[in-house]
Structures are given as C-alpha cells and as structure tokens.
Design a protein around this ligand. Structure first.
Ligand code: 5AD
Ligand code: SF4
Length: 445
C-alpha cells in the first residue's frame, strides 16, 4: 500500500456519515492520511447504503470505474450496508475488492487493517452477532459546530420493506454514562449542537443500572453546559411516547422539530408493512406535538407503491398530508429489497403507477410547504450559521425547527466580514420558497 493513504466516499443516512467519521478517526490513529481523490489513495473505501436498489447500485458503479486501478496496487474496501447484505458475494462480483465489512464489525476495524497491510486480499467483518456498539475516541468530525452521537445501533423492528435489521443487526444501546461523557467532551471542544442518532433513536434504553429511557437522556443532554441545540433522528412512531414531547417542552435547547416517519396514511397498508401502529395511533402522537407548549415543525418519510397499495390507500396518504400539514417530507417509491418480507408479497404496483403517485404526492406537499413557509415572513428566527453562499452573497443558516434560512448581513463599517459560521443570530424572514427562507440580519457581531 502506497504511503498509507486512504480515500473514503460515504453513501446513505447520517448514521453512515457518522460511522465514516469514526472509521476515518480509526484509520488516522493507525497512521493513515486521508486524501481527496481515489486516484491519490492506497486504500479506497466505500461506505455503502442498501436502503433502495438505486443506492445499492452506486457502489458497484464506482467499483467498476476503478477496476483497472486495482492492478496498480490499490486496495479496495466495501463497508456498511451493502457489505453486510451482499457479504462475500462482493468478492465474486468485484474481485479487486479486498475488504468487506458491515457496521457491526467496525470494532474490529484496526485488526482488519492489519490483515490488509499483511497482504491478505480477502478480509471480512460480517458477523451480526454482537452486543457491542462502535465507540471510539478517534472520531474525526468535519463540522466544527454540530456533532453526531450514535446512542443506539441496529433495529429490532421488522418493517416488511426494510433491510436495516439485516444490515445493522439487533438493537444495542450505549450506556447513558458514555453518551453523557461524549456530550460533555464535545461541549468542551466547542461544539454547540448535538444530533443524537439511531435507526430507532427513541427505542433507546440505557443498559446500565440507571436505566434511562430516551426522554430522560434527551433532558439530560439538553442540560450539558455549552450545548445550545439538541436534535435526534429517526423516531419510530410506536415508541414515540408523550414523555418525549414533555421533555422537549421543558427545555428549548431540544430543537423545535420532530421527524416522525409515517410511511403511509392507510391503516391497511401500515398493517401489511408491519409498522405496529394505525393511522389513529399516529395521529394521536401528532396531536401531542401540535398541542404542546411551543410550536414544532413536523416532518416525515413516505413510501408510495408498497405491494397491494390501492388508489384508495394512496388517497388516504394524500389526506394525511392535508391533515398533518408537514413542514417537509422525504418520499420514495417502494423498492423491493433482499431478505425482506415484502419481497414475497403479490400485487406489485407497476413502476409507472409508483412514479405517478410520487409526483402527485410531491406536488401536494410542495403546495403545503409554500403556504407554511410564507406564513413565516415577518417573523424573526434564530439561526445557527452554517456557511456562506459566495455566489449569492448570502449566509446559510438553520433554524431550530430545521428550516434553511439564508440571509444577508452587511458587515458593519470598521469590522471585517469575519466568519459568521458557528454563530447564533436572529434573522428577520423576508421571503419564502417551498424549501427555504430568505432573510436579513441586522445584528452587529
Ligand atoms: N423502498 C423504498 N423506501 C424505503 N425506505 C426504507 N426502505 C425502503 C424501501 N425498500 C424509506 C423509508 C424510511 C426511509 C429512510 O427510507 O421511508 O423511513
Ligand atoms: Fe442506508 Fe439504512 Fe444502511 Fe443507513 S442504515 S446506510 S439508510 S441501508
């Protein structure tokens, strides 16, 4: 391997992004230097996603593109969900790959690197049989203001469409003590926003005798000195209890946003997805949020075209959008995944029909967002400044309720246009689009 350099590309969710931060930290602690291109690297890693077929295909495209490079002494590794799902089959499909490891094996990463360095060209980490979480002091965080903390890994649910239980293994929570210690350390390092991560973040259950539930952990994290914002993702509605809303109400450090994936507005489809709640159960949770002490933005995920979804079912999803008035949503066409229960279900919805439903859903939601965002014009919101759009002459800000609020700021005379990134500023909203807001900041920094 040339000079112990590595390149890593990450696909998929925030859990994957954060896993990569930990993988990068581990590699650096073992003497590797990160480089910006695969061409410059001795070790090329792809941290992969298999949530939908399209995501899965990306890694194979990349591997195909660099096939010839393998001859030049480069070592290739596939990490993450595709690695776990496809296992050693990856070696058959892309023989130039030398490492295949799922996230449940990252605790063994150091050892696997040693094997690669010794010239082993078939190194695997594929066991899901672990009670461990990947805790490392070497996490390499790129954003200097917002830090991710994984509090629970894996998933014990069995949604009929979902690969995650197969790619990330059974649920295991970190001790509250280790989570709190990490949060305090981050605050000392100057981070002001913490994002708690888990595939089912609200199923968190402290394995230590303290036995904190998720609401307790939220409340405690929000009390860490120096932390100004706490977010969490992703919540499963079944485990979303009233105590979570109460904890949020009690401390505005807990951001004004709940992401609560519903997947479908039809109780019949929810049952066949094995989601463990009905539309009414879900609406009860929405009511807790809507009747809380302060306003929260609510966002969701929706799948269209699940096997057996009729026009009537789809209309119920559209009706749910009217009823809830989401601030934003992610929508997907159902994609059949290996190992999942839905794979064997008949009554597949044709591709064109899935596409038609997706477009209708997205148009409806766009109209809702235009209306909701327009209602914010004239209000002042605090943003955390994330960076600058040089071409637009605007700063990029994020509100507590997770909206993008870009703004202009005239640097006061005598003061250089110092970097605002990381600052918390009040911004007056002056314009609104479907996906973001624009405003002005008059504060002297
Ligand atoms: N097909 C389409 N969308 C899916 N999701 C999960 N599995 C699938 C699948 N097989 C969506 C769900 C989930 C989000 C992360 O991805 O909406 O909440
Ligand atoms: Fe993709 Fe799911 Fe794996 Fe995240 S956990 S990388 S979304 S398959």
């Amino acid at each position: 391997m040339s000079g112990k350099t590595f390149y890593i590309e990450t696909f998929g969710c925030q859990m994957n992004v954060h896993d990569s931060e930990k993988v990068i930290g581990t590699l650096m602690a073992q003497g590797y230097a990160q480089v910006e291109t695969p061409e410059a690297a001795g070790l090329v890693l792809y941290n992969t996603c298999s949530i939908r077929d399209k995501a899965e295909q990306k890694v194979f495209t990349r591997l195909q593109n660099f096939k010839r490079e393998a001859g030049k002494g480069k070592v290739f590794g596939v990490l993450g969900c595709v690695a776990q799902q496809e296992g050693e089959k990856i070696f058959d499909r892309a023989p130039h790959v030398s490492l295949v490891a799922g996230s449940a094996s990252y605790t063994r990463l150091g050892e696997m690197l040693v094997q690669l360095e010794a010239g082993n060209r078939r190194v695997t980490g594929l066991s899901l049989d672990t009670g461990e979480t990947f805790d490392t002091p070497f996490t390499r965080r790129d954003n200097p203001h917002r830090a991710y903390i994984t509090i629970i890994e894996g998933c014990d649910k069995s949604c009929a469409y979902c690969v995650v239980p197969f790619t990330r293994g059974p649920e295991r929570s970190r001790t509250s003590e280790s989570v709190m210690a990490e949060a305090r350390r981050l605050a000392e390092q100057g981070y002001t926003e913490i994002q708690l991560l888990g595939q089912n973040v609200n199923s968190y259950r402290d394995p230590s005798p303290a036995a904190w539930d998720f609401a307790t952990l939220l409340a405690r994290i929000a009390e860490v000195a120096g932390i100004r914002r706490v977010r969490y993702t992703t919540s499963h509605p079944r485990d979303f209890v009233k105590a979570i809303v109460d904890a949020m109400d009690a401390n505005p450090v807990l951001c004004d946003h709940v992401h609560l994936p519903v997947q479908s507005g039809s109780t019949r489809v929810l049952a066949s997805m094995d989601r463990l709640y009905t539309r009414d159960d879900y609406m009860r949770r929405i009511e807790w949020i809507k009747t809380a002490r302060r306003p929260y933005s609510i966002t969701t995920d929706i799948i269209v075209g699940f096997p057996g979804e009729t026009e009537e079912d789809f209309q119920q999803t559209l009706d749910l959008l009217d009823q809830v008035q989401y601030d934003s949503l992610f929508s997907f066409k159902y994609s059949p995944r290996p190992n999942t229960a839905a794979l064997a279900m008949g009554d597949r919805v044709p591709e064109e029909e899935k596409q038609r439903r997706l477009v209708i859903l997205q148009e409806k939601q766009r109209a809702i967002q235009i209306q909701r965002n327009a209602g914010l014009i004239g209000e002042t919101r605090e943003v955390l400044v994330e960076g600058r759009h040089h071409s637009l002459g605007q700063w990029i800000g994020r509100t507590s309720d997770n909206r993008t609020l870009n703004f202009t700021w005239d640097s006061p005379p005598g003061l250089s246009s110092s970097d605002l990134a990381g600052k918390y500023l009040p911004v007056l909203v002056t314009r609104a689009g479907p996906n973001s807001l624009v405003g002005e900041c008059a504060t002297v920094v």
